[in-house]
Design a protein around this ligand. Sequence first.
Ligand code: C2O
Ligand code: CU
Length: 442
Amino acid sequence: MPFVPAQTEVNLGGVSVSTWTYGNQVPGPEIRLRKGQRLQAPLTNNLPEPTTIHWHGLALPNPMDGVPDLTQVATQPGQQFDYDFVPPDSGTYWYHSHVGTQLDRGLYGPLIIEEPADGADYDDELVVVLDDWIDGTGTNPDQVAAELRKTGMAPMTDMGPDAGITPKTPMGADGGDVAYPYYLINGRIANGPQVKNYRFGQRIRLRVINAASDTVFVVGIPEHNMLVTHTDGFPVVAREADSVIMGMGERFDATVTVESSVPLVAVAYRKDGFARLNMRVDNRATTVNVDDFATQLANTSPLDTATLVATPEVNLPAGDPDQVVEWRLAGPGKGYEWTINGQAYDPSNGYRVEPNRRVRIRYVNESKMVHPMHLHGHTFQVMAENRAAGQLLVPKARKDTVLVAPLATVVVDVDTDNPGKWITHCHNTYHLESGMATFFHY
Ligand code: C2O
Ligand code: CU
């Protein structure tokens, strides 16, 4: 499928904006392949500035990773670049621009790699792409970034030593740095939602993707439980949940049996507003008050998919780490700088690790804000402390993006089996743009 990013007018369900898109639509066109099929995406850049495409979550060959300065030269306006590779794993992924603040325009879309067995235990699929939207509403993401650099966005001071962490606010009191006028599901604002028609009792597989730039979401459906089956593409031991929290870049799959007409709601965590999509069953009107439900959803104790357990076939082989890398996350400093181990991102200065080894990464959050930390080219295994068994670390979900709560540490293990230069960064667009990235190489 050719990709020609360009400036476009789009209607977000009642609000028209001028923005940058793939294929004149938000989200960009869905890519759907069967496992083993080749992804061919020739890019022609019709934007006024350089761009790249990153294929989020895939263990792809390094030159296809789409990181400017690190894995390729960004494609200049009018120029072309050929993305061409075979995605190695099935699951729910996505693609997006990896240059500047372009992700916070409309430059993202879903990427689904199907397994032969997919569809055996559900009747239909629903891809749900979440976003926070500001572009074309009187400002644009470059202006947002400039404003943040100017005002600095001082850390909140009244949160106490725990940074405001409670069961209902597991990621702390700070909901982000940007107040967005709109939150979207599949490119539609909450007042002009997409409507999906179902029959009573149909089993739907949800594939939920958080493509936002500065918004963690809590997702739920009134009167229904979700059976969470995958996170970041990889299967987990299925678990029922009435709400799931997801950072920017994270995905989860869940099955739900629809029994009444309801909205699917994604509340912006510790912000004002929500996104919605309407699931209509047998053409009936809903009896749910969406505002009340959103308030209720904001007060649940949501499931963090990092705490789920990988199914045995996707566990990394048991083994102790050969090497430990610690990445301390801090900010914001002067001029809204965010750092890892005291350094802002420098594509010429990374961390050397050994090939064909088990590397343990410790993401240590020294700031009072949550950071969804993402590693390219690998799916790590989250390792959680098992207090009952002393300080032992036990394997949890396989993931590529994980929420690191304020003042918390998240430990993940990864096998170095895909050589190259692999960036790790906060998936908050403005933190990444302000330095919160580094890379390892082997
Ligand atoms: Cu989804 Cu480096 O990004
Ligand atoms: Cu961050």
